[in-house]
Ligand binder design. Structure first.
Ligand code: ZN
Length: 99
């Protein structure tokens, strides 16, 4: 059952990078860093100690889409995201060349 809930967490937020020819060049979902067990790290939104929330650990969909892209150059590409990007992802998107 725990595995099922972690899958649903990933579906919450997704990002997709699309080329000027409307071809998908990268996708990403919110998730824990590669190699980290989703069932061992916290997914809480609030806790007395911030280290017991998901925020210090989770990799945002935008970050994962950029890291997973299959094209070295994404200049002129468009990123579609489920939610408005946070300030850290906005910087990543700009630095990756998507605007
Ligand atoms: Zn973000």
């Amino acid at each position: 059952m725990k595995g099922h809930t972690s899958v649903f967490r990933w579906i919450w937020v997704g990002a997709c990078i699309v080329s000027q020819e409307n071809k998908i060049v990268g996708i990403g979902y919110n998730g824990m860093p590669n190699g980290c067990d989703d069932n061992l790290l916290p997914w809480s939104r609030s806790a007395d100690d911030r280290l017991n929330t998901k925020y210090p650990y989770v990799c945002h969909a935008e970050l994962n889409a950029i890291m997973n892209k299959n094209s070295a150059d994404v200049k002129g590409c468009t990123m579609y995201v489920a939610l408005f990007p946070c300030n850290e992802c906005a910087k990543l998107i700009i630095q990756a060349g998507e605007c």
